[in-house]
Each structure stands twice: as structure tokens, then as C-alpha cells.
Design a protein around this ligand. Structure first.
Ligand code: DUC
Ligand code: ZN
Ligand code: ZN
Ligand code: ZN
Length: 519
């Protein structure tokens, strides 16, 4: 018998139909669509989805949740969050960050452990970050490793050990002095990642372009937050994006370019994808909704622009936002992540770091905005079939849950509403129950920082319930956060799967087989 049955929901699992569903749909005589019809129930046993069907049996011990005609989507997988990072002491830790995650429907986060350039082993660093999360996390979590000093020893001896520990992805930076790798280091890591099967995430901006402009802006006295956007023009992102795609093509390595904000850079990705190269890309809420004018602050607080300092920076033109929306809808982006990386604003040690003796200096402002809680509601507002929709419900689920799960080695466990998967679910409000939608306000959010860049923005819906492995952890009308801070489990991930393109293709501009001489 089931522990829990969810009834009266519209299930949106976001997958192309597997055999199971074709059978089911035939029996029910429903034509294929992106959602299962009202009337299909979800049966949950031991934290897993056990069955989907009509009139599922229940006994006195079976808990029932009435979804009241609301959509049901897989729990969000936010594959890019920064919790408890050394370089943001006033940012979120695993407790506050994951609390915010479940309140916004996200049940899995992938956070970062960041190697220091001085560290010649990554093992103590990883152990340290795992300790920061253990028994202090409301949702399930995995760890990516930021490699800043990829020594031959680390690459040959330690990386294989990480795979056994369920850490199967790395992030590399092409900018920031303390983190960046040069092209030869990038090539070395890509070669190793290819051999080991790691998923490689890349922060693509040209470091020298940014340094040149920053120095010249500083000399001219242009140091307030708006100039953060001037110092990192789109061409810096475009160049680095094209360069890393070329290095990935040469080495035949699947990559994901994180937090993309520029149309030309996105077109480089798109072009690579049409050649079947395994080039994945991510964008984030800030690049769909916010413009650089936000960096100018307001008359009451001219430093308020600091709240929106992130990298790549917010772009200038509504057309830039439109371009990212196109990539969301047309499949160029594989993941839609928050890049939740805020620092507290109104605090001497937080974003105000950039304000000293009345002088604003954008280069001292910690980078990053909050977004782990608002990510799903913001995008869900534009998903569906209404006139103002910008993506299908199926794309919504792919971008926010099922594709990040595949790319980062969680397929079979996370990101789908199907038998055998963890019962991680979001139950949204039905039409009758939340007609007026929700206005985003800092006072209603659950992160540990003191602002949201989306203050006052209206969304159509919000998660009514969030379930983590069958347990209700968020009940918006019945106590809010009802999960425990020890609910979250470390996810030992398998190898990621290529979602876009394939390896083994020919290299542009090389003779067929030319790579065989050296690869
Ligand atoms: N890169 C990130 O991934 N997050 C915050 C800032 C940055 O540059
Ligand atoms: Zn980055
Ligand atoms: Zn980030
Ligand atoms: Zn203080």
C-alpha cells in the first residue's frame, strides 16, 4: 500500500514519452501532450514514486494530498548555487540557502567547493565544504569542485577518487585573478575531464579585457556600481565563449557554459550545437528580467545598485533580455539555474564592502544576487499556453529540473515524475486558489540576506507544497517551512550524460582523423 497518494493534480513531467506512458496513455485514450490529464494520481512509497494511475488504492494509513487542480512538476534541481563560500562571509550558508530553496520549490541544489590557488590537494577542501552542509541542509545537495590550481597530481590521482565519492563535475574560471586558468591549463583539464567523464562548467569572460577597462575606468574616476557593467562588455563574454567552445571542440570534451547573458555568445553556442558538438549552456533569472539601469541605484540610496552587481553583468538593452528568452524557448539553454550568490547588503561586511569613506568602488563589491527561491516562480509565470507565455510547460521542467539532473549525473533519481524516481514534487496552486498571483517581497523570502532584486515583481503562481522524497517540507498555507534542517542528503552523483550533441565528431578545419595522431 502507498504511504502517500496525491490526487487531483495535473502532472507535468517534462519528458518525451517512455514506454510506460505510451501504455498508460493508450489505456486512457488520451492524445500525447506535455501534461498528463487530471485524474492521474501519484502513489508514493518509501520516499519514491511508486506508480502513476487512476483510482490508486489507499488504506487507513495512506496520507492523501489534494492538489486541487494545480499543476505538479518535479522538484526543482538548481545546478548552480553558492552556499557557505569563503569569499562571501555575509552570504547564505547551507541552512539559510536550502531553506530558501524548498520555499521556492527546489529540492536539489548543486553547490560549490572552491579550491584555493595555494592548495595542492583538493581533498581537504572538499571535506571541509561537505562538513559545512552535513545535517545543516533542508534539501538534497551535491557538490561541484571549482578547480583553480589543477596540478598534474590532482588531475591524475585525486580526480578519479572524487568520482567514487559522487563528485563528477568541475567549474573552471576564465577570469578573476584568484581563480582564472590560462588556455593551456584549460586544455589540460578538458583533456582529463574527457578521459574521466567529468562534466565541465566554464565561467567565460575575457579577463584581460575586463582588467584593461577596469584600470582605465578607475583612472578616470568612474568607480560606482553602474561601471561594473561598463567594465565587462558583451564582447568579453563573446570572445571567451567562442574560445572555450574551440578548446572543447579540439579536445572533444562536453562542456556547459554557465550564466550566459549575451546574444552573440549564445549564437556561438547555437552554431556549435547545430554541428552536434556537446556544448551546453545555462542562463539565470537575472539575465531574463533585470537591466543595467538597476546598477544606478535610486535617489534615496545611490549605492543600492550594488545589490545587482553580478558577473557577467546585467546588460543594457531590453533586446538583450529578449535574446535570452529565445534561447530559453528554442532549446539553446540546457539549464536555467539561479547562480544564487548574494552577500548581505546593509552590513559593514557585506555588499557595502564597495563603499569606503563615502566613495563607491564597484571592484570591491562582492559579485552575485540571490535567486534560489524565486527561480521557479519567475519562470513558471511564463510557462504554458496562454498568450503571454514564452515557453512550454515541458521546456519549463526540462530547464529547471530534468535536464540539469541528466547533465550532472542524477538521472534515475531526480528530475522526473516516474516510477523509481525520488518523490520530489512541487504542487502549484490551481486556478481557483491563487487568482491574483503573488508579489515578490523580501519580507516573505527565506534566504539569509536582506534583499531581493525582484522586490515588487508579480508572479502568477507559487509552490503550494514542496515534497522531498515524499515528505512535505514546504506547506505555504500550513506553516511554511515544515521540513527539518537535517532532511537534506548528500547526493553521490553518477557520471553526467550529454544532453546536447555528441562526442566523437570531426573537428572543424582538421582533416578527418587528424586528431588520431596526437589525441
Ligand atoms: N560567477 C558565479 O558563478 N557566481 C557569482 C559570480 C561569478 O562570477
Ligand atoms: Zn561564474
Ligand atoms: Zn556562480
Ligand atoms: Zn554589522
Amino acid at each position: 500500500m502507498f504511504d502517500l497518494v496525491i490526487e487531483n493534480g495535473i502532472i507535468n513531467y517534462g519528458q518525451t514519452y517512455g514506454c510506460f506512458y505510451i501504455q498508460l496513455l493508450k489505456t486512457l485514450q488520451v492524445t500525447a501532450s506535455e501534461v498528463l490529464p487530471l485524474g492521474i494520481e501519484i502513489g508514493i512509497k518509501d520516499g519514491k514514486i511508486s506508480c502513476l494511475g487512476t483510482s490508486l488504492p489507499r488504506d487507513a494509513d495512506t496520507q492523501i494530498i489534494d492538489a486541487k487542480g494545480g499543476f505538479i512538476t518535479p522538484g526543482g534541481v538548481d545546478s548552480h548555487v553558492h552556499f557557505a563560500q569563503n569569499n562571501s562571509p555575509t552570504g547564505d550558508n547551507f541552512t539559510t540557502g536550502s531553506r530558501s530553496a524548498i520555499a521556492g520549490g527546489t529540492t536539489t541544489v548543486l553547490a560549490f567547493a572552491s579550491q584555493l590557488k595555494t592548495e595542492t590537494s583538493v581533498i581537504p577542501c572538499l571535506d571541509n565544504y561537505l562538513l559545512r552542509a552535513k545535517d545543516q541542509t533542508y534539501c538534497d545537495y551535491g557538490i561541484h569542485l571549482i578547480l583553480t590550481n589543477p596540478t598534474p597530481e590532482i588531475m591524475s590521482t585525486e580526480m578519479p577518487l572524487l568520482i567514487n565519492r559522487g563528485i563528477t563535475s568541475v567549474k573552471l574560471y576564465m577570469t578573476y585573478e584568484p581563480m582564472k586558468l590560462g588556455d593551456s591549463q584549460l586544455l589540460d583539464v578538458l583533456m582529463s575531464a574527457r578521459a574521466l567523464g567529468f562534466t565541465t562548467m566554464i565561467h567565460a569572460e575575457n579577463s584581460d579585457i575586463i582588467s584593461l577597462i577596469t584600470d582605465r575606468l578607475e583612472a578616470a574616476g568612474h568607480t560606482d556600481p553602474f561601471f561594473h557593467a561598463i567594465s565587462r562588455p558583451q564582447i568579453a563574454e563573446n570572445e571567451a565563449t567562442y574560445r572555450i567552445i574551440s578548446l572543447a571542440e579540439l579536445t572533444d570534451t562536453p562542456i556547459l557554459i554557465v550564466h550566459m547573458s549575451s546574444e552573440v555568445a549564445m549564437k556561438h553556442v547555437r552554431k556549435a550545437q547545430t554541428r552536434m558538438l556537446p556544448i551546453h549552456a545555462e542562463t539565470c533569472p537575472q539575465y531574463l528580467f533585470l537591466l543595467s539601469e538597476r546598477l544606478k541605484g535610486n535617489p534615496q540610496d545611490t549605492f543600492a545598485g550594488a545589490k545587482c552587481v553580478c558577473s557577467p553583468p546585467l546588460r543594457h538593452d531590453p533586446k538583450d533580455l529578449e535574446a535570452m528568452w529565445r534561447g530559453i524557448a528554442n532549446g539553446t539553454f540546457t539549464t536555467f539555474s539561479s547562480d544564487h550568490a548574494p552577500s548581505t547588503y546593509d552590513h559593514a561586511g557585506g555588499k557595502k564592502l564597495g563603499l569606503k569613506d563615502g566613495i563607491m568602488r564597484y571592484r570591491d563589491i562582492p559579485n552575485g544576487v540571490p535567486g534560489v527561491e524565486t527561480r521557479l516562480p519567475l519562470l513558471f509565470s511564463y510557462a504554458g499556453r496562454e498568450k503571454d507565455s514564452r515557453l512550454s510547460l515541458q521546456r519549463f521542467v526540462q530547464l529547471t529540473s530534468s535536464d540539469p539532473a541528466k547533465l550532472y549525473g542524477l538521472e534515475g533519481t531526480k528530475g522526473n515524475i516516474a516510477p523509481g524516481y525520488d518523490a520530489d514534487l512541487v504542487i502549484w496552486y490551481g486556478e481557483e486558489d491563487l487568482r491574483e498571483g503573488v508579489t515578490i517581497e523580501q519580507k516573505n523570502l527565506h534566504h539569509g540576506v536582506d534583499y531581493t532584486p525582484y522586490e515588487g515583481m508579480h508572479v502568477k503562481n507559487w509552490p503550494r507544497f514542496t515534497l522531498l522524497r515524499g515528505k512535505t517540507v514546504w506547506d505555504r498555507d500550513g506553516g511554511g517551512i515544515v521540513g527539518d534542517v537535517t532532511d537534506g542528503q548528500f547526493l553521490k552523483r553518477g557520471m553526467g550524460k550529454i544532453v546536447v550533441g555528441k562526442t566523437g565528431g570531426e573537428v572543424n578545419g582538421m582533416l578527418p582523423g587528424e586528431r588520431d595522431y596526437w589525441y
